[in-house]
Design a protein around this ligand. Sequence first.
Ligand code: MEZ
Length: 564
Amino acid sequence: MDAFLEQFAGVVEATRAHRMTQAMPLMRDQDKEELLAEATRAHRMTQAMPLMRDQDKEELLAAHHPDYKREAYRAIRFGPNQGEETVHELAALLEADSPLTGRTVNLSRADYDVDVLVLGGGGSGCTAALKAREAGASVLLATKLRLGDSNTVMAEGGIQVAVREDDSPVQHFVDAMHGGHYKNDAALLKVMVEDAPFVVNWLDSLGVLFDRDEDGNLKVKKGGGTSRARLLACKDYTGLDMMRVLKDTVLNDESIQMIEFAPAIELLTGEDGAVTGAVLQNLDVDQRIVVRAKSVIVATGGIGRLHIQNFPTSNHFGATGDALPLCYRVGAPLAYPGTFQYHPTGAIHPEQMAGLLVTEAIRSGGAHLVNRKGERFVNELEARDVVCAAIIRECAEGRGIDTPFGRQGVWLDIPVIDTMNGEGVIKRRYPGMVRKYERHHINIAVEPVLIFPTLHYQNGGVRIGVRGETDIPGLYVAGEASGGVHGTNRLMGNSLLDIIVFGTRAGQAAAERARETKPGALTLAHLDRFHDQMKAAGVEGGATSPMLLPNYVRRPEEAAQAPS
Ligand code: MEZ
């Protein structure tokens, strides 16, 4: 025996006794599948995943997208969208009564009297407030939580704007129409893509730190469902950086009045049905605040915290769809109340991260979606609804991976990005994502992560015109609370654009109206009409909306274990 083998045999013998005491556990299925995902990486990297034909997409969506699940839907029983289908969760909000019914509110005196009241302190609300003020209006911004607590900060991957020579607003329009299944409101979409370069210029001038190359040119990347690279980004925290700047700009303008922790619970109307103000609820103390305004801009964001169809959500804590019942009760119709966006890649493991957004920028950077068998199953840059339906199909057909908490998902192989581009790229491009997983001791540069679609966005909302105006005089809506521009499926990066374009337009239009309008009477007359409709439809009272905060309750097994 040569010296090396002799030494080796010695070590084997010396450790035998210890090894005999060891129980070697079998690997968990999840770990085996993780190894499989890694083992197939080299092969997957050689694969070209074709884009699907339109007809195949339609079939996939019909079979697996949550928007097509008929039992999750019912008809709205009264009001401007009577007879249209929406999910049970939203129908219940729209048909619920005002929290002011049966209560006395003193409307003879307003606590605030302004030209423009902005409801909501996210990206669209801040933009609207700044633009209304710039146009000479006195402005009050009221927000449910703190200024900036919003879905804006949750948008990670970027904002779409046609800046490259091979691109144009027309091309941007075509892509968004295709992604939205040609249901987009063409007039809204046209102004959105045309205004894009101007609003991005404005953001840049305020100090948003868009990624640039060594020569100082804006960097662009590609999003799902787009024909050109047109996403501008601030690494993987684009919305957060935009919000940082917008929030500072509002705070620096002392002439904009602001109240935090004061959500609107009802709009006020004059004798002619125009919106004339709102009643806010002070969340700190049991007190209502009456605001008289010549124009009201509702910019209260989306609905994810309703956990439609029990989906986890990427949305911020206050995203309870407040705009929809508030505007519905004064008679404003909704556009596409039945369509929602389930972002394909929400974290699904570890449990504490369930629903958290794993930015599409990671797929645009080359990450693979991989099923239990170690196979790719969809082109990762199809439009979001298609990718979402493909993931749900994999899980439904037994090719998903179980999490220890009884959920299912598929792998997102992020490390392949470094394999293709060189070590360190993941850390440099996606520092936010790296950090979020690091908190749970997961290194996304070396291990694949488990994902499943997460409720991300309401495609529909209050129907608006190109200046954010609704069918009700004095009422404007901007951002995620509005609907129509994205059709029935929004493309990545078009919401950060939408909030600034329509925040700007609504702010300017609201200020203009305020110049031409006298303060109106403060009444709840619209509630009489609402109650008549409710009664005629045979709907029982009792429940109230808006929801304001999500109704989280502990699972029975958790409650049983909790100290009494
Ligand atoms: O527009 C969005 O929803 C977005 C930028 C999300 C993301 O994946 O980063």
